[in-house]
Design a protein around this ligand. Sequence first.
Ligand code: SF4
Length: 281
Amino acid sequence: MSEQQQLNSPPLQAKSPFELRVNLGRGVPESDVRTALATGDMGFLHSFTTGSTVDGPGVRVVAWTTGCQFRCVYCHNPDTWTLSNGIPVTISKAIEQLGRYRAGLKIMSGGFTLSGGEPLMQDRFAVKLFTAAKEMGIHTALDSNGSLGDRLSDAELDTIDLVLLDIKCWDAERHRQVTGMEVGPVLGFARRLADRKKPVWLRYVLVPGLTDDPEHISRLASFAAGLGTVERVDVLPFHQMGRFKWKELKLNYTLNDFQPPTGDAVEHACAQFRAQGLEVF
Ligand code: SF4
């Protein structure tokens, strides 16, 4: 990245991940990107945000990575799909940034959450950040679509206190339709987390006409309850806040006519998870 490009970059800290950010890492040579991915000495971040109370317990600092292999039709941050849209950040700078919040996070019983994009697209960078956070005594959470969990060894998983696992749909065909990818590895990762007694918060985006099939939700709820490690379920109502990004990026957005779920529909989905004995928020 040239000096001029660095000067033109927005700050790493953003008010929210809804800020549209593109092409911020385009100046990094391909060979440097490959080295970064292999070593984790440099990562690509959409932004850092502070003050989140929904991405893990307490108040959180969240680092949003770029790069995702899913193509969720309702994704509200499609600018995070492409690695090179992120700001190149050395691991030492990312750790230094995190260290600034260390004392405050402890006071607010919070921690650090790595989200995206899909953070495990940059698995070596993620491991280094989580290891450093643990060394600083900071609670760690990974927000992931779960499909790349095999990239982490058991020892590396131990640097993560909590996994926010986004399961997009129980049904294999619908999952493919929603994300373009298979659900099998996601469910496999969920089982592995359960075997290792790793706490999980399950996240489920409710889109009327797409992910609201009661049979699919019921089977997912039963699966989640059977894991024994799901501490809470967040049913997240679909919204249109990311639509402008699809337009700006000239992507084909297919949910223009989709409405957010009604309060009753959200409550019905929540009740299906509660019926399996799960805590729902
Ligand atoms: S997994 Fe997340 S970041 Fe990736 S496409 Fe889906 S919603 Fe977007």
